[in-house]
Design a protein around this ligand. Sequence first.
Ligand SMILES: Cc1ncc(COP(=O)(O)O)c(C=O)c1O
Length: 401
Amino acid sequence: MNRSTRVLNLKPSPTLAVGAKANELRAQGHKILNLSLGEPDFPTPEPIRQAGQKAIEQGKTKYTPVAGIPELREAIAAFYHRHKGLNYNASNIVVSTGAKQSLYNAIMSVVNDGDEVIIPTPYWVSYTTQVELAGGTPVLVHSKMEDNYQLDLDALEASFTSKTKMLLLNSPNNPTGAVYTKESMQAVAEMLKKHPEVWLICDDIYDQLFYGDQTPVNPLDVEPSLRDRTILVNGFSKAYAMTGWRIGYIVAPKPIVKASIALQGAITSGTNAPTQYAALRALDESLNSTIQDMRETFRERLACMKETFGKLPRTTFSNPEGAFYMMVDFSRWLGTKTPSGNRLTNGVEMATYLLEEGHVAGVPGEAFGAPGTIRFAYSTNQETIQQAAKAIQNALEQLSE
Ligand SMILES: Cc1ncc(COP(=O)(O)O)c(C=O)c1O
């Protein structure tokens, strides 16, 4: 029996091999120093958990409106007003089963067969997959570690064509931790003004996790006239440690809201009801300090990453300012030989070697369009980070020319 070409065209993730190896080593009783996960290690804060439990006990376990319960949509609008000074209301918001679904709704609402979607690299792996599922073509615009993974504005400008339908930005960025400068967002806004038919998606899921001086901004923050064609994507997984609750949302113009409701109504309907009540509690201002505490812990871990990974020979990394990831460039080690005589030729092989030899798990940059690098997540404690850096150093020292 043949399966659909849509499904057959889905590319296997380059991370699968590393993940399978990690499981194999765990099954053999090895402790894995896991710096591969895109999720905070903190438990969901107690008041949020309690709100979810209370919702279950109170019988709030029925279908909800497809776009989400009105109280939550209103709270999201109020949150955007508080944090960004943006005036939206509940009718601009659709709550979904994770920001991943929000993104999918947004992309499916806009992209037709043959449309081009501009995506800066390195990029979160689901972007290209979702664009391709919608029949679109990802157009990748490379940014470099030596530019701290800031946007290459000339390359970006040159990537617009008559087929461009959408630009997809993510700052703070997964996998690089880059926070785009305000000046670059102004430049992007100017570019978009020259292409009035192009939609903008800002995946702002890490916008509360930043450690530099600058609060993250997107082109809409600096150019309000983009509002009618900007779709803001956000969620609760990262800043509120709610990955498994599965809840995210878009803040968008009404036509996109309408399209997202139609699409979501056809596939999943409203998001899990107790989760929506938990998210409502998460947005309560009384939780601000809890969220800040988690951010401060990430800030300390980033300092620990820079200090410990800074000692690794023949490697470089950028200066991440947000999210909880750091990309480390191992390209100067490619071509060296492992103790068992294998030559390392790419980031996947390097990540596999570090896992086998050092029991450190990272995600090879090949998954994000950044070959020769490995993404390490500091969503884990400082002791694990320190042990991982040591183990990587030992493993590197065993490589020969
Ligand atoms: C950049 C980015 N966007 C969106 C998501 C999706 O988050 P969720 O579906 O858990 O809300 C993730 C999760 O890893 C991410 O890294």
